[in-house]
Design a protein around this ligand. Structure first.
Ligand SMILES: Nc1ncnc2c1ncn2[C@@H]1O[C@H](COP(=O)(O)OP(=O)(O)OP(=O)(O)O)[C@@H](O)[C@H]1O
Length: 372
């Protein structure tokens, strides 16, 4: 039998004056899980962490830690460790002192040699082992951010709440740190709720990911679930660069997909009544250039269009193709795109199983997925 979830939020509502930060948020993080909360700026990510930590009181709903209701429980007694984006460090003390300070509190006091060992492991993995004798005020922003993160991770906690802890690092270091972070023993053993607006980071780190928008949880799942079965176009657009193509169209009397400008029709079985406004979702890397390559699945669908522009993306090339009045983006190996110039006619192929169908977007509601 499994025990209670480490973190459970049910219907949590939090308003600041007229501003709604959380609007009936539900969230469940299992014991030991590394859960990434992904959402755009203002979605309510930081408010979620603060509410769990007890730094904000929700006006509605419940917060449970390990199955116990946290209403009225002081932050200090909740046993969670939170890393803020604005890190409060002691600038005149050394990095080591800053890392050691949480271990001096009566609750977390450790014998000196154990404290040294714990700090050593974490500092090494965060790449700040050589900076321990330096004054924090003299470190770069990125180095300081890693000290702040280390300070959270050194003390034993029932859960770590991390708010964009790698945001001040340059791209290369951020990528390296992602791999290291999950290797830290304390992180492996401790439930971690990690906030980010970077979908690449969420995909790389999360055992599961929750996508939050306007203070509500839109979808939670593994990276595969969110990638292959996004519940709506908002989630579909949240993952993958270049973004998923969403081609507007309608359902024909035969139940097929016809582009909104009538330029092409695809013989798909669209699970919606004729005349319904829909969107066809296809990721740029799922589209091939030229005739179908004859891969396992069903027969590939073909489209013809004209090259609009090409753009180099390292070893691959993004090709934007015009089909009637629509634009479609695909990513192909650089060699395949050599010699493609604007206006050149091209054939495209796509495997039907990689297509997603959504309802049309409405002003305040992204279209829901209708394909299974
Ligand atoms: N103390 C506050 N007073 C007033 N409004 C607030 C306060 N804190 C947050 N908000 C508002 O609540 C909403 C959610 O904010 P929150 O900081 O949780 O979002 P976020 O997803 O963490 O965004 P970001 O990535 O920009 O930090 C925003 O509209 C924000 O302006």
């Amino acid at each position: 039998m499994t025990g209670p979830a480490a973190i459970t939020l049910r219907g949590v509502g939090k308003r600041y004056g007229k501003n709604t930060a959380l609007d009936g948020l539900d969230l469940e993080v299992a014991e030991g899980e590394f859960f990434c909360l992904l959402g755009p700026s203002g979605a309510g990510k930081t408010t979620t962490l603060k509410t769990i930590a007890g730094l904000e009181q929700p006006q509605a709903g419940t917060v449970e830690l390990g199955g116990a209701d946290m209403a009225g429980v002081e932050p200090y007694d909740r046993g969670v460790a939170m890393c803020f984006e604005s890190y409060a460090l002691y600038p005149h003390r050394t990095a080591y002192d800053n890392l050691a300070s949480p271990l001096r509190s009566p609750r977390h006091r450790l014998p000196a040699h154990e404290a040294r060992e714990r700090i050593g492991e974490i500092a090494e993995l965060l790449g700040i082992g050589a900076l321990l004798d330096r004054q924090v005020g003299r470190l770069s922003n990125g180095q300081r951010q890693r000290v702040a993160l280390g300070r959270v991770l050194v003390r034993p906690a029932r859960a770590f709440l991390l708010d964009e802890p790698l945001s001040h690092l340059d791209a290369k270091l951020r990528q390296a740190m992602r791999a290291e972070l999950r290797a830290i023993g304390a992180v492996r053993r401790t439930t971690t709720l990690y906030v980010t607006h970077d979908s690449v980071e969420a995909l790389a780190l999360g055992d599961r990911i929750g996508v939050i928008r306007d203070g509500r949880m839109v979808q939670t799942g593994t990276r595969e679930e969110l990638w292959h079965r996004p519940c709506d176009t908002f989630v579909a657009r949240s993952f993958g660069r270049p973004r998923i193509n969403l081609l507007p169209g309608t359902v024909t009397p035969e139940g097929h997909f016809r582009s909104s400008d009538g330029a092409y029709e695809l013989p798909l079985a669209v699970p919606a009544p004729p005349g319904t406004a829909v969107q066809l979702g296809v990721r740029p890397r799922d589209i091939g250039l030229g005739a179908p390559a004859g891969t396992g699945g069903g027969p590939a669908l073909e489209l013809t269009g004209a090259v609009h522009v090409t753009e180099l993306l390292g070893r691959a090339t993004e090709v934007t193709v015009r089909i009637g009045g629509q634009r479609l983006s695909l990513v192909v190996p650089r060699a395949e795109a050599a010699g493609l110039s604007p206006d050149r006619p091209v054939r495209l192929s796509v495997a039907p199983e990689s297509l997603l169908l959504f309802e049309a977007d409405r002003p305040a509601r992204p279209g829901r997925r209708i394909s299974t």
